[in-house]
Design a protein around this ligand. Structure first.
Ligand code: PLP
Length: 277
């Protein structure tokens, strides 16, 4: 009780931290959040630095990025090494889709009226692989959680779901959905764009294969900066993983993509497997 009261106290009067005119009451964070003054200051500082490249030396390239990956990792119960920075959820979802496979007889589960980035990614995936796109609809009076649980069976090989539906904020209870997907042998992808920052989420408990989120909603960050979490065992719960389970980072790592990089070059450090790129 005392803790709840303390949290409520902390959440009062945050207005001074944001750039919102006194005459404005802004509620549309589910679309685009107001900007924290501190975020704007960091962005302006970075642009100013970028304007003077002679002030940027090699050790300056990565610390901010690594700090951000670590922050996001901590927020969802992972580590920075599990996180890749992506420009959009569609980009992250496409990387995930490229690392899973399916075929005729398999189903890819998405919600009705899902956000286009999710819908198009998995629709294209289904067309490419011959799997069936299963668009889950709600019966009148049914919750999303009930509708999803009703739709899960052993034919579902991949499920890509949010924990808050973007159209109206309705909850999908992932604590109940996650074990049902594991039981069915399905890969489990979360789009947390509409909840992260406002609701807690723990990948150590939910054990998804991947999670994507934009940064410009409840995370109060800039546009064009999103996040992709990949579990180290992506796809191993499903029969439909493409290739070996560690291959996501390796296949996309820049050192693997650039054959002209000689591994014995002194300026190349040892390859470090992670979700970095
Ligand atoms: C649920 C959900 N996913 C993703 C996005 C953004 O997708 P993208 O980053 O591909 O533009 C939004 C934006 O409103 C969203 O509501």
């Amino acid at each position: 009780m005392a803790e709840t009261a303390e949290r409520a106290r902390q959440l009062t009067d945050q207005r001074a931290k944001f750039e919102v005119d006194d005459s404005v009451a802004y509620f549309n964070t589910a679309n685009l959040s107001p900007l924290l003054d501190s975020v704007r200051a960091a962005g302006e500082e970075a642009l100013a630095r970028r304007g003077k490249p002679w002030t940027i030396s090699p050790p300056d390239w990565f610390p901010d990025v690594e700090a951000l990956r670590g922050c996001f990792g901590r927020l969802i119960g992972a580590t920075g090494d599990d996180i890749a920075l992506v420009p959009a959820t569609s980009y992250g979802l496409a990387a995930v889709a490229r690392n899973l496979t399916a075929g005729p007889g398999d189903r890819v589960l998405v919600l009705d009226e899902e956000f286009p980035s999710n819908y198009y990614t998995w629709n294209r995936f289904a067309e490419r692989t011959g799997a069936e796109l299963l668009v889950v609809e709600r019966e009148p009076g049914q919750t999303w959680t009930e509708a999803v649980l009703d739709a899960i069976d052993e034919r579902v090989g991949i499920a890509s779901v949010p924990n808050v539906h973007w159209t109206n904020g309705a909850l999908v209870d992932l604590q109940r959905v996650a074990p049902a997907l594991r039981e069915a042998g399905s890969a489990f992808i979360i789009d947390a764009s509409q909840s992260l920052g406002a609701m807690p989420l723990d990948v150590a408990t939910l054990r998804p294969d991947a999670l994507v989120a934009v940064g410009y909603k409840w995370l109060l960050g800039p546009y064009s900066l999103g996040y992709l979490y990949l579990s180290s065992t992506i796809g191993t719960n499903t029969r439909r993983v493409r290739g070996a389970s560690t291959s996501v980072s390796e296949r996309t790592s820049s050192s693997r993509r650039c054959p002209w990089r000689r591994s014995n070059s002194s300026w190349i450090g040892p390859f470090r497997a992670s979700r970095r790129r």
